[in-house]
Design a protein around this ligand. Structure first.
Ligand code: ATP
Ligand code: MG
Length: 336
């Protein structure tokens, strides 16, 4: 049976890196087919809606989407279309690997860790509110539930087990945020007892940031709440050489959306120099999700080999290649 994927080409550098990514996917020769749908600024301009019903239907039907960065116009209904997609499909697990690649300007060479960020609760449930008419005092409500905490922590432990990882670190701020972060930590410790084969520790978020910078090798899988996960995963992207190399998967029970962590990078859009690797690594996560594990491994190896050979690296990696020529260098190595 042919697997069809909903494909969102996105805004800014989105279309360029998506075309490059599909070219590499085609070289893997898996017989995938694509259902192109629109979201974000492009959809708003052409269809008058940021998230057209046809786009929602396609994701629901195919259950898998590959998505380029989207721009959310200011003042158009919701604060972020990415957050909205996660909410509508209840994509509760945001899985962001940070793995070292050759020839990057990073401080470490052997980083291999995954941040599992809770994607639906915490500080992201609303936009907060102004308490006074002058707009000078504002509050924000956070929500943590046992159900939400349980399923994300369980996801992290299952991921560790499935992929042969040894340790899960629960990151929190329970010493100050006693109710919310305290609940998350309590639930996480309970869930951990169900996984005696996986080592588990917990760490306060501020200390975690310092430890990540100083001794990143002590981490394997990190599981944490929404806002901490957002910040920590960018820190981890920085550890391995920047946003151009950082992918993310948004996983729920009904659908999964795979993407690059970075945004639409309007400053370099249309120049043909965006690094396609983050989205390509998102595609590799997608292939794993679809049980094309051999192809996913082949894709990752092609990326590593092209980078090791400094073959058409894009300018963010210090090369003078283009999105297209770098993708071709990877595609040539990915052929089955
Ligand atoms: P958005 O508002 O959509 O998030 P942004 O202006 O915040 O866009 P990001 O895409 O988040 O920009 O990235 C920040 C910077 O990192 C960009 O200005 C860009 O120069 C660089 N960058 C991001 N992604 C890439 C990439 N794939 N290749 C090269 N440079 C990138
Ligand atoms: Mg951004």
């Amino acid at each position: 049976m042919t697997q069809t994927i909903a494909v969102i080409r996105g805004d800014g550098i989105g279309p360029e890196i998506m075309d490059a990514t599909l070219q590499v996917l085609d070289a893997l020769d898996l017989g995938l087919s694509y259902d192109f749908v629109e979201a974000g600024l492009v959809a708003y301009e052409k269809q008058g809606e940021l998230l057209p019903a046809a786009t929602m239907d396609a994701i629901r039907k195919h259950r898998v989407a590959l998505k380029s960065p989207l721009t959310t116009p200011v003042g158009e209904g919701f604060s972020s279309i990415n957050v909205e997609l996660r909410k509508r499909f209840d994509l509760y697990a945001n899985v962001r690997p940070a793995i070292s690649f050759p020839n990057t300007k990073s401080r470490y060479e052997n980083i291999d860790l995954i941040t599992v960020r809770e994607n639906t609760e915490g500080a992201y449930i609303g936009e907060g509110q102004n308490l006074t008419a002058d707009g000078e005092t504002a509050t924000l409500t956070q929500k943590i539930t046992r159900r939400g905490s349980e399923r994300i922590v369980r996801y992290a432990f299952d991921l560790a087990r499935r992929t042969g990882r040894k340790k899960v670190t629960v990151v929190h701020k329970a010493n100050i945020l006693k109710s919310t972060s305290g609940l998350f930590l309590k639930v996480a410790r309970q869930v951990a007892t169900e996984y005696p084969d996986i080592q588990c520790n917990d760490m306060i978020v501020d200390n975690t940031c310092m430890q990540l910078v100083m001794r990143p090798e002590q981490f394997d899988v990190i599981v944490t709440t929404n806002l901490f996960g957002d910040i920590i995963s960018d820190l981890c992207a920085g550890l391995v050489g920047g946003l151009g190399l950082a992918p993310g998967a948004n996983i729920g029970t009904e659908a999964a959306i795979f993407e690059a962590v970075h945004g639409s990078a309007p400053d370099i859009a249309g120049k043909g120099i965006a690094n396609p690797v983050a989205l390509l690594l998102g595609a590799a996560q997608m292939l794993d999700h679809l049980d094309h594990n051999e192809a996913a491994a082949r894709l990752r190896k092609a990326i590593v080999d092209a980078m090791a050979a400094k073959d058409n690296l894009t300018p963010d990696l210090g090369g003078s290649g283009t999105t297209q020529s770098f993708a071709q260098a990877i595609a040539a190595r990915a052929k089955g």
